[in-house]
Design a protein around this ligand. Structure first.
Ligand SMILES: C[S@@+](CC[C@H](N)C(=O)[O-])C[C@H]1O[C@@H](n2cnc3c(N)ncnc32)[C@H](O)[C@@H]1O
Length: 303
């Protein structure tokens, strides 16, 4: 039975270490040998077993052979999933050595990316996760901006923006939300209403309104406030739901609007500079989202 083949393959430490690398990378015998610091004959012997039991596949590339794990069935994957955490420490060390081996073999890097184009995203996520994406993109913002998150809730946006903004203000009408936001950092938090913002005239370069406008029955006074608090040329970024039919949201979460058409998210004195429907996350249960960027008229140059 296949399960006994898999169990016997997984009962040997070198084979488990080989699988730990080959699920991340397609590798040749020499790369495996250098990564695990084991004799070539040992690597070849265990690779033969893993290949014979269908756990790894082999591909010819020039004069050498490259190995990687096969598409495992559910029972093999679940056996591996129970073994893997037990060897996580040694696996992480093996992967770190493998990265060094690959990095040092600079002449092979073209070949490496040539071979891994289709798997690079998954490999990058394994090695570095996804958390670096947002700070990297945010660093494109010019420095020194005065930014306010209006309806900031528990302050996640504030925390993300803190490293790249000049001055950061969070406004929310709920003191309980601001108390949560306070836990995330020492921000300038102000209790206030969107239609009567505790912000000076022309104080802001940028205002953010993330999932808040659907709670506001009367939008015109809010847009008038935005035009007041923005510097000439300043921008508002709105993230909102597209129009939807989840009428229950009115009752369960107090929504005043069932999403928005673009026309309802613009106002006199604020020009729509961008409108983008966002791609849906696979795991999102709510309605689709859109981004709208509005700009206050830049100051006219004297003629
Ligand atoms: C759905 S939460 C979104 C919070 C945050 N922007 C986020 O994306 O996690 C809406 C927030 O807006 C605040 N809020 C709703 N209406 C408001 C108003 N008229 N003035 C100020 N804050 C308001 C609520 O207290 C709540 O914290």
């Amino acid at each position: 039975m296949k399960v006994f083949d898999v169990l016997s393959a997984l009962s040997e430490p070198v084979r488990v270490r080989l699988l730990g690398l080959l699920e991340v990378e397609e590798l040749g015998v020499k790369e495996l040998q250098e990564s695990l610091s084991l004799p070539q004959s040992t690597i070849s012997r265990h690779l033969k077993v893993l290949h014979g039991r269908g756990l790894v596949q082999k591909r010819s590339a020039g004069t050498s052979s490259l190995f990687r794990v096969t598409q495992w069935d559910a029972s093999t994957s679940s056996l591996w999933a129970s073994v893997r955490p037990e060897v996580e420490e040694i696996r992480a060390a093996d992967i770190a050595r493998m990265q060094t081996v690959l990095a040092l073999r600079r002449e092979d890097s073209e070949d490496f990316f040539g071979r891994h184009a289709s798997r690079w995203d998954a490999l990058r996520e394994d090695l570095f996760g996804r958390d670096f994406l947002v700070p990297t993109l945010l660093s494109l913002l010019p420095g020194g901006l005065v930014i306010a998150d209006l309806g900031c809730g528990t302050g996640e946006m504030l925390a993300r923006l803190a490293p790249v903004s000049g001055r950061l203000i969070g406004v929310d009408r709920e003191p309980a939300m601001l108390r949560e936001a306070r836990q995330r950092g020492d921000f300038d938090l102000r209790v206030g209403e969107l239609h009567d913002l505790p912000i000076e005239d022309a104080e802001l370069d940028l205002a953010l309104l993330v999932l808040v406008l659907h709670h506001v029955a009367e939008l015109p006074p809010v847009f008038a406030e935005l035009a007041r608090v923005l510097k000439p040329g300043g921008r508002v970024v709105i993230l909102e739901m597209v129009e939807h039919d989840r009428t229950g949201f009115r009752r369960t979460m107090g929504h005043k609007h069932l999403g928005f058409a673009l026309e309802s998210l613009s106002a006199p004195g604020l020009t729509v500079k961008r409108h983008q429907l966002l791609e849906r996350s696979d795991d999102a249960l709510g309605p689709g989202l859109q981004l709208v960027v509005l700009q206050r008229e830049p100051r006219r140059r004297p003629t």
